[in-house]
Each structure stands twice: as structure tokens, then as C-alpha cells.
Design a protein around this ligand. Structure first.
Ligand code: FES
Length: 143
């Protein structure tokens, strides 16, 4: 998988619409969504849009943007509400693991980075995320 501007045909049967348009994802934000299979962040950095697992690889608590002033580890983030400050990275408040803005370079006790998933859109730009297709963390959907 090397491309990034994938049409809906590239997404598989597990793909789920998150109900927003790709052009509505603002720079340096992370927005939380709950899929049937997992919870994700949809993010946009200066290279484009990506979808990343929101469940900490230690024991599955939500990994939240540092910028989110929500220290309660038991609370899930607000679904569909963009959090600005993506560039400060993510933290899991259960046991203190951190990740960079791309979900990489986990600190203890997280054993692994956060998975990235394939992002597709309809012709009109509605985002689908396919949690059945893990992609390289460098892949972006170019907006
Ligand atoms: S569940 Fe995230 S650090 Fe333990």
C-alpha cells in the first residue's frame, strides 16, 4: 500500500463512514470517532489527513491529545469535536504512556505505536475509515 488518495473502491467491507467531509478536517486537529471495531482519531497535519487508533497499546484506555484538558482516564473524548494542538502529541492518562502526533515513539508502559488505518472518501468527499486495513504511518490522504 503506497498510495494515499484512495477512492471508496480501495476500502474494504469493514469501512465505516464517519459522516464528515475530508475538507472539514482542520489543520493541527484530532477528532475522536467510535467505530464498531475500535475508536479512532482522525487527524490532519501539514502532509494531509490520517486515521489512527485511539486505544492505548498498553491496556486500551483512550490515548488523548495533550492539548485536551481532560485528566479523567475513564472518560472517552467527545465524539466528533475537533481538538486543536495535534502537534503536542498524545497521552494515555491511565498509566502515563505518551505518543508523538503520528502515534509513534511510545513511552512506557505502551509496548507499540498506534495503528494507522486506510482513509477513503466518496466522490463528494465523505470520509470512510477501514479498520480492516492497517497502513504505514507515513500515509496521508492529501486534501
Ligand atoms: S492503558 Fe495506556 S498507559 Fe496503561
Amino acid at each position: 500500500m503506497t498510495g494515499s488518495d484512495m477512492g471508496p473502491a480501495e476500502c474494504g467491507p469493514m469501512a465505516v463512514s464517519i459522516g464528515i467531509n475530508i475538507t472539514d478536517v482542520q489543520m493541527n486537529t484530532a477528532t475522536y470517532f467510535s467505530l464498531p471495531q475500535t475508536n479512532i482519531w482522525v487527524c490532519r497535519d501539514d502532509k494531509g489527513v490520517y486515521a489512527m487508533d485511539a486505544e492505548c497499546t498498553h491496556l486500551g484506555c483512550p490515548a488523548k491529545p495533550h492539548a485536551l484538558s481532560d485528566p479523567d482516564p475513564s472518560l472517552d473524548p467527545m465524539i466528533g469535536t475537533p481538538v486543536s494542538g495535534l502537534s503536542s502529541g498524545f497521552k494515555c492518562n491511565c498509566h502515563g504512556a505518551t505518543y508523538d502526533p503520528n502515534g509513534q515513539n511510545p513511552t512506557a508502559p505502551a509496548p507499540a505505536p498506534l495503528n494507522h488505518y486506510l482513509v477513503c472518501t466518496t466522490l463528494s468527499g465523505i470520509i470512510y475509515v477501514d479498520p480492516g486495513q492497517v497502513v504505514d504511518p507515513s500515509i496521508r490522504y492529501h486534501v
